[in-house]
Design a protein around this ligand. Structure first.
Ligand code: 5GP
Ligand code: MN
Ligand code: MN
Length: 479
């Protein structure tokens, strides 16, 4: 594929054939031309109504239809919404909760604290229950209310948690009635559960501050302990995605020639304003609210576990949500296109919103410095907090990367881990890790992931987000 370098860390795929816009890839060096995810960037550029570019963030890699790390905004009046542009784990996302605890207060009790978290926050594929299986009317409340539903039931670090989440912890156009019985059945006993594999709940220390102004606004102090949670909509979101793909895939011809001509069946999509498009959007937003509620419930569980194991009151722990980002979602947002603000539908699939300073959609305490951008790395090295920028608003519909991205497949990682004891290796470096899955630690070890420092360095150099702080793991629970 023909790639043109247009800036230090930015590469362009010219619009060719049926591509409606060029592709733009953020990467530290030239993208490998035979990487199949580059073809996916070009494929996404065929999407009806796509605006400006098919974008890939520096953690991009192959995904279902869209690359993970892909961003595509469409004109909702003439454009398409694609479940593959959101991903199977609808509103998979990350939240960071700050505390008043210092790492030196935690260290002597670290083992017990991690063990308590592991007992209290259900992990793994199955559903041990943080809260009993929800009846349909309660589940409707979750699907409509998101983080607010959970906070109102006392699962919270502080009462104002939801106001410090992306979209206030709730997508307002969710329709619980659009979520099928099968999806409900899968979700009703999974609220407040972490899930498996890449999902985690971590205790981090604030290891280094790069931008004192933003760190102060975010409440990040050197040496303080923070809780980081990565999880999504569990079986409920997966089922919503699966059912919409099954419904849309055979219908591409019905939607017109642009749809029939899409180069990959995994790009199955529907006009945003069609019945099928509306139905997916309504169900997807409900699943997104389930994910917000899920992270909010686990926030409450984690706060209680920390208080219990450390003998602290909630006031003494001083926990507060810093922010909560969605990294698998499609949202109607207003952006400047050709100089004028208009509503667009932004798909972010393994990409994080990164709104700049002054934007009214950034919570008031952070508005002067930009939206917190939460980027996990891996369980053995570090994660980063960044802040959104004006440049992101201009160039990427206010978007940034979402993680390190895998370097090794699960199989390759397991091979490399054979004969090693990953938890003991981590413990030797002061990191306590507990996992339910027997294979998880091998699949998820640091070597399985790219170095996230290099990924966020591209974001910083390209000006799409600026570095605020580095977090380093002290304790981790994995699914
Ligand atoms: P996802 O799996 O949602 O696409 O990506 C989330 C990102 O989380 C991965 O790219 C990886 O960088 C990061 N990650 C996975 N496991 C862990 C972990 O245990 N701790 C931390 N801090 N990051 C992780
Ligand atoms: Mn995720
Ligand atoms: Mn996920």
């Amino acid at each position: 594929m023909k790639l043109r370098r247009i800036d230090e860390d930015l590469w362009e795929l010219p619009a060719e054939g049926g591509m409606k816009v060029p592709g733009r890839i953020y990467a530290a060096g030239p993208p490998a031309p035979d990487d199949p995810s580059l073809q996916q960037v070009a494929n996404v550029a065929h999407l009806p109504g796509i605006l400006r570019f098919s974008l890939a963030m520096p953690d991009y890699h192959w995904g279902y239809g869209f690359p993970i790390g892909g961003v595509a905004a469409v004109d909702p009046e003439i454009g398409a919404i694609s479940p593959g542009g959101v991903g199977y784990d609808i509103n998979c996302g990350v939240r960071v909760v700050t505390t008043a605890l210092h790492e030196e207060e935690l260290r002597p009790r670290l083992r017990q604290v991690v063990a308590q978290l592991f007992r209290d926050v259900p992990t793994g594929v199955g559903a041990s229950r943080a809260i009993p299986a929800l009846a349909d009317d309660e589940l409707d409340g979750v699907l409509a209310g998101g983080a607010r539903w959970a906070a109102a039931r006392g699962f919270a670090a502080a009462p104002d948690d939801p106001s410090r989440c992306e979209e206030g912890g709730r997508l307002p156009q969710a329709d619980p009635a659009a979520v099928s019985d099968r999806a409900r059945a899968r979700g009703r006993d999974q609220l407040g559960t972490l899930g498996s594999g890449n999902h985690f709940l971590e205790l981090d220390r604030v290891a280094e501050i790069y931008a004192p102004d933003a760190a102060a606004a975010f409440g990040l102090l050197p040496g303080a302990v923070a809780i980081q949670i990565h999880s999504g909509s569990r079986g409920l979101g997966y089922q919503v995605c699966d059912e919409s793909l099954a419904a849309l895939t055979p219908r591409m011809r019905d939607f017109g020639p642009d749809y029939a001509a899409l180069p990959d069946p995994q790009l199955a999509c529907a006009p945003v304003r069609s019945d099928a498009g509306r139905r997916y959007l309504a169900a997807m937003q409900a699943a997104a609210n389930f994910a917000f509620a899920n992270r909010q419930v686990m926030t409450g569980l984690a706060v209680r576990a920390l208080c219990r194991s450390l003998g602290l009151s909630e006031g003494e722990l001083g926990a507060r949500v810093l922010y909560d980002v969605c990294h698998n979602v499609a949202k109607l947002e207003t952006h400047a296109v050709d100089g004028a603000p208009r509503e667009v539908l932004v798909h972010r699939k393994g990409a994080t919103r990164a709104f700049g300073p002054g934007d009214p959609r950034v919570p008031a305490p952070y508005r002067a410095v930009g939206q917190p951008v939460l980027i996990p790395g891996d369980m053995g090295r570090y994660s980063y907090v960044l802040a959104g920028t004006d440049r992101a608003m201009r160039d990427t519909f206010g978007s940034s990367c979402h993680g390190a991205g895998r370097l090794l497949s699960r199989g390759q990682a397991l091979k490399l881990a054979r004969g090693r004891s990953i938890d003991r290796e981590l413990a030797a470096r002061g990191i306590e890790v507990l996992s339910r899955g027997r294979k998880t630690l091998g699949e998820e070890m640091s070597e399985a992931y790219k170095d996230v420092a290099q990924v966020v360095a591209v974001m910083h150099r390209a000006g799409l987000s600026r570095l605020v702080a580095r977090l380093e793991p002290l304790g981790v629970i994995k699914g």
